[in-house]
Design a protein around this ligand. Structure first.
Ligand code: CKP
Ligand code: MG
Length: 315
């Protein structure tokens, strides 16, 4: 495998119309979940990706498994759990802040929250070039956290690149002290970390780009850090090299999923040997494409699509 990820896929029920959910009549179903999004982003670019997870053996679980399989993601390590349901969530769009989405989770006690160390096939992890997970998996349950930590340890020992997207979801943590502690432990195992400025402030106590890079290296020895700045683009430090790339301005339908598109395309491009700046530009293109529609995975680009998009922006 090029990329193996550990995390919870979810069915997203996205409001077809903008405004408060109490007035929304129609919801659209999408296969999502941060780590699954990264797997699909990689597969669209021809990479071999696979997901370690548990899904409910229910209609939503079957929908996600078949969708991922259809996208070419390896689902051989996806356990179908007959006792617990597949997690779902609703997306409220454009209210109260235009262009911003909010999520309402129904995932407590989901099949993926019962993910445990036993579900982690160590050989599968060791033989992958990248192992990817996020702060979401660290937050959903103690057993899922242990599974993610184990996978990170195995990958690191085998010399794979361990990738961590902090993805701090306040709704999933009991308190922020716990998040700081747990996410810090995971950062110490990681080779590359993706975060935004708010997460850098919360987890590292770092205000601003330079402080974030400095603290990540000082405290966790991280020399590969990518800071996602939303509409202001992204800035990365990669073994001494530093690059800043602007975001593409596009009409925003739903910003959810942009970060995962970025991570999936960035990692895939780096694995293809494209270099830091080019990988960042391609990742930004993918993030822009994804926010123009509802759903996190439908608009993820294939190779040719990135070129066409960039030409459309004069690149
Ligand atoms: O950071 P992103 O907006 O790219 O993440 C979106 C995903 O897994 C989305 O699919 C949702 O299901 C989640 O993050 C989550 O658990 O919040
Ligand atoms: Mg994110």
């Amino acid at each position: 495998m090029d990329i193996v990820a550990v995390g919870e896929p979810l069915v997203q029920l996205n409001a077809v119309t903008r405004g408060p959910l109490r007035h929304v009549q129609y919801f659209e179903k999408h296969s999502t979940g941060s780590e699954a999004n990264v797997c699909v982003a990689a597969a669209r670019l021809g990479m071999r990706s696979g997901l370690i997870t548990r899904l409910g053996n229910d209609e939503f679980g079957l929908f996600i498994r078949d969708w991922l399989r259809g996208e070419g993601v390896d689902v051989s390590r996806v356990v179908m759990d007959g006792e617990h349901p597949t997690g779902i969530y609703f997306v409220q769009r454009g209210y109260p802040v235009p262009g911003v989405s909010d999520v309402v989770y129904y995932r407590h006690g989901s099949a993926a929250s019962f993910l445990s160390e036993e579900d982690v096939d160590r050989d599968y992890v060791r033989e992958s070039r990248v192992l990817h997970t996020t702060g979401i998996t660290l937050a959903i349950s103690e057993s899922a956290r242990s599974a993610a930590m184990l996978a990170m340890d195995e990958a690191r020992r085998a010399g794979a690149l361990v990738s961590l997207d902090l993805n701090i979801r306040r709704k999933l943590w009991r308190n922020m002290d716990e998040a700081v502690d747990v996410v810090g432990k995971a950062m110490a195992k990681a080779g590359v970390v993706f975060m935004d400025e708010e997460e850098a402030s919360m987890i590292l106590g770092a205000e601003g780009v330079d402080a974030a890079f400095r603290e990540a290296e000082r405290r966790f020895g991280l020399t590969k850090v990518v800071l996602k700045l939303g509409r202001r683009g992204s800035v990365a430090r990669w073994d001494g090299e530093e690059e800043r790339v602007n975001a593409f301005e596009v009409p925003v339908e739903d910003p959810i999923g942009a970060g995962d598109a970025y991570v999936g395309v960035f990692l895939s491009s780096m694995l293809k040997g494209m270099g830091l700046r080019k990988s960042m530009v391609r990742a930004s293109a993918a993030a822009a494409m994804v926010v123009t529609v509802r759903g996190d995975e439908e608009n993820l680009p294939r190779e040719g699509d990135i070129d066409v998009f960039l030409r459309g922006f004069g690149g």
